[in-house]
Write a protein that binds this ligand. Structure first.
Ligand SMILES: Cc1cc2nc3c(=O)[nH]c(=O)nc-3n(C[C@H](O)[C@H](O)[C@H](O)COP(=O)(O)OP(=O)(O)OC[C@H]3O[C@@H](n4cnc5c(N)ncnc54)[C@H](O)[C@@H]3O)c2cc1C
Length: 549
């Protein structure tokens, strides 16, 4: 049996940040337990390797949600990272904070200190903005003022983006949408996306925060170590039971156990440990230490759709789909770490209003200069894009209101929980789909877009009926991989799992710090807000420890 000051469960986006920040002062011993392996893999490092890690069971939980009634009974694939870096090691690299209103709504829900004015400086403190041409910091800090803290590199890759970028400006201005050549970091605006890369390689949370901290003697990291239960005595978390490479091990925490296992596994682990909906726990004969109906509830996710277009000029399909193109871009990547293999598939997009009269930013758009269809085995082989020059435009609603859930399906920690997105269960979410499709219809109808097309769009989104738009959406929409909210933050235990300091209500020495604490989903991609949450949590934890006599 070993004892540490802090035990962190899960080395994902949030866990890696905490491992760094809690060991930076040298005062605390920290144990970081990760169910997956080390992240030293070619396809993780190379951004376009996303198409391969997407289904690689050795580093991915490869979950499927329950059949979704509103989506024709489809059971959707829900990938999640199971490796150092967690989902930030397998994600599509887009970096976007969302919009100020997202965090202001967190504060309005009673979470003091989480409004955008409060968290903006936390974002600024974690971001290191680079451009690939010279790897010089564009702002934030220059080389003479090196940041003392470890930071996440986010890259403005505009120069490397596909040449179709020259047409995008015209297309979006003809659609009365704001477009700039500098990537949007927050709020309204379209452009190239910021991506989490450093010198052409993926910059996951492990790359940015964990690896540089590994040499610290008071940080111990165990991989292939799956926590099966939190040890609780009375109302205090004391330690964890964990299985590492087949062996059962017990670790004790002097200060705190910090749950960073992500929006699926954090609620699952609380439920397995006796904190969750009483009725559910009774079903599996788990002693109820605390009847907490909110554990695993309020799941929110973005649900998106892609529309496919045949282009009258070469797109990335021509590069990635041919041997000569792959050889050329492979060589470019190996020699200079630039070119299409150094980028996300999601090259352009951002947040907009579905129509000018809309008072709130409600739509996230994607414009990808490549098109490929996930096959029956859920593979997204980027080496097998569609056999024609093609591109994709797609959207998802920023702030869906439907909610889903995560419930254990067994007392065996090795069995995946039941999980569902509860998608499209509100009228607002259905109305959003129609409004966003009409926006895409207006973009399709611009002269600029027509000038890129070899043939008319497969679907005429301007003339389709609302019912047809929704029917098509229900048949084809997929998760955008942003589940969150399953251990949400709020001032009262009857509506939330953790308080504004991310401590589990009614418990001592137990926090949850990951995407599951979001009180509401943010408008864009969820890695940036998760990293922000973890930075802020680290400040709180260190302050709390310092205050102790
Ligand atoms: C395919 C995909 C594409 C995405 N694309 C984007 C994108 O482009 N931009 C963006 O911003 N976001 C994207 N996301 C979402 C984003 O990456 C996540 O929201 C974010 O990484 C969540 O961080 P987290 O710390 O909550 O969880 P995770 O990063 O998932 O970390 C949880 C960690 O805990 C470990 N763990 C779980 N259970 C246990 C256990 N019992 N014991 C020990 N360890 C455990 C897991 O293995 C994992 O390493 C994407 C996600 C996926 C899956």
């Amino acid at each position: 049996m070993d004892e540490f000051d802090f035990i962190i469960i899960g080395a994902g986006s949030a866990g890696c940040v905490l491992a760094d920040k809690l060991t930076a002062t040298g005062k605390h011993n920290v144990l970081l337990l990760e169910a997956g392996p080390n992240d030293n893999r070619f396809w993780i490092n190379m951004p376009i390797g996303y198409g391969i890690t997407y289904t690689d069971a050795s580093i991915n939980w490869n979950y499927f949600c329950e059949p979704e009634k509103t989506l024709g009974g489809r059971s959707m694939y829900w990938p999640r990272g199971k490796v150092l870096g967690g989902s930030s090691s397998i994600n599509a690299l887009v970096y976007h904070r969302g919009q100020a209103m997202d965090y202001d709504d967190w504060a309005t829900a009673g979470n003091t200190g989480w409004g955008y004015q409060d968290v903006r400086s936390v974002f600024e403190g974690l971001e290191d903005i680079c451009s690939p041409a010279n790897d010089n910091r564009r702002f934030g800090s220059d080389d003479s003022v090196k940041p003392k803290n470890l930071r996440l590199s986010i890259t403005d890759a505009f120069e490397d983006c596909h040449s179709i970028k020259t047409e995008l400006c015209g297309i979006f201005s003809q659609s009365a949408l704001p477009y700039r050549e500098t990537p949007p970091l927050e709020g309204e605006g379209l452009g190239p996306y910021f991506i989490t890369t450093r010198k052409g390689k993926r910059c996951s949370s492990a790359t940015a925060f964990l690896h540089p901290a590994l040499k610290r003697p008071h940080l111990k990291v165990l991989t292939d170590a799956t926590v099966e239960k939190i040890i609780i005595s009375g109302r205090r978390a004391k330690g964890v039971k964990c299985r590492q490479s087949g062996l059962e091990r017990t670790f004790m925490a002097k200060q705190e156990v910090i749950l960073c296992a992500g929006a699926i596994n954090s609620p699952k682990l609380l439920q397995l440990s006796g904190i969750g909906p009483g009725e559910l726990l009774h079903q599996y004969d788990i002693p109820v230490l605390m009847d907490q109906p909110n554990v695993g509830r309020h799941l929110q996710d973005h649900l998106g759709i892609s529309y496919y277009y045949r282009a009258n000029r070469p797109t990335l399909n021509d590069v990635l789909g041919s041997w000569s193109g792959r050889m050329r871009s492979g060589l470019q990547y190996l020699l200079r770490h630039t070119g299409p293999l150094s980028l996300s598939v999601n090259q352009f997009g951002g947040l907009v209003r579905s129509n000018p009269a809309q008072s709130k930013i409600d739509t996230q758009l994607y414009f990808n200069p490549v098109s490929y269809q996930p096959n029956a085995g859920n593979e997204r082989k980027l080496t097998q894009p569609d056999p024609y020059s093609g591109f994709i435009m797609g959207f998802n609603a920023c702030r869906p209101t439907s909610t889903g859930r995560v419930d254990i399906a067994s007392t065996d920690p090795g069995i995946a929980p039941h999980m569902s997105g509860g998608y499209l269960s509100t009228q607002k979410d259905l109305d959003d789909v129609v409004a966003m499709a009409r926006l895409l219809g207006r973009i399709q109808d611009t002269k600029g877009l027509s000038s890129l097309l070899l043939e008319p769009p497969q679907l005429d989104l301007s003339t389709m009926t609302d019912a047809d738009i929704i029917r098509d959406f229900k048949q084809r929409a997929t998760t955008v991989y942003h589940p969150c909210g399953t251990c949400r933050m709020g001032p009262k235990p009857d509506r939330a799992v953790v308080d504004a300091n991310l401590r589990v209500h009614g418990m001592e020495a137990l926090r949850v710090v990951d995407a599951s604490v979001f009180p509401n989903i943010t408008s864009a991609n969820t890695n940036a807000p998760t990293l922000m949450v973890a930075h802020r949590a680290a400040q709180m934890i260190l302050e709390a420890v310092d205050r102790k006599p």
